[in-house]
Design a protein around this ligand. Structure first.
Ligand SMILES: CSCCC(=O)C(=O)COP(=O)(O)O
Ligand SMILES: [Zn+2]
Length: 204
């Protein structure tokens, strides 16, 4: 594994940490190496700090290759990397992605149309629709991975996990971060739109 990979994952982690996106040690990240082994964040640690315990080198199937505890959600990154050419995988808990996942969870997805930011997902036509799947959140990680797998259909993508968080992956770290940030914008937009509509309805 090259130093570049570690450096790259540190940059992704620090960018997210700068936005306070690892509350209560939640969230985890993974990068795929050229030899298909992964570098993932360490489980349960303060992700606002970066040191030599921050990342764990694991095999392509998620087995630790050093004496550190990999993320409890490593299996989700493993499934994404196994099925795509993605190199970076991000899992983040925010209030907005959790509330959206609960409000729309019974529908199994949330759709965005006529919103400029869907272009971040390569949807440039006026009538294009961004559909983000929402899966349930079983406590067993193998069951959760089983629910995620059918939605891993492209080298970049996004899935919401109900009352848990979001998984986003991309061919590069830049792409994964772009999709994550665009999705969070859309989630916040939808919540504010719903609140404004509710308020206006109450006024009338
Ligand atoms: C305290 S958050 C609960 C676990 C979780 O959902 C998460 O994202 C962080 O787990 P990890 O093992 O990667 O630290
Ligand atoms: Zn999580």
């Amino acid at each position: 594994m090259t130093c570049d990979v570690r450096h790259n994952l540190s940059i992704v982690k620090e960018r997210l940490a700068a936005r306070n996106l690892f509350p209560g040690t939640s969230g985890n990240l993974g990068i795929r190496n050229d030899d298909n082994t992964l570098l993932v964040t360490t489980s349960g640690v303060d992700k606002y700090i970066t040191n030599n315990q921050s990342f764990v080198h694991v095999s392509a199937t998620g087995e630790p290759l050093e004496e550190l505890k990999p993320s409890l959600e490593t299996q989700l990154h493993v499934e994404i990397f196994k099925r795509t050419k993605a190199r970076t995988s991000i899992h983040i808990h925010t209030v907005s992605n959790n509330v959206i996942s609960e409000i729309y969870g019974d529908c199994g997805s949330i759709e965005f149309r006529h919103q400029e930011l869907i272009k971040a997902f390569g949807l440039w036509q006026e009538d294009d629709v961004l559909r983000i799947p929402i899966i349930e959140n079983p406590s067993d990680i193998n069951q959760l991975a089983h629910l995620l797998v059918p939605h891993i259909q492209s080298d970049y993508g996004i899935v919401l996990i109900r009352n848990h968080g979001v998984n986003v992956w991309g061919r590069t770290s830049t792409e994964a971060l772009k999709l994550f940030e665009a999705a969070e914008f859309l989630f916040e937009y939808q919540l504010q739109l719903n609140a404004a509509r509710h308020y206006i309805k109450g006024e009338m």
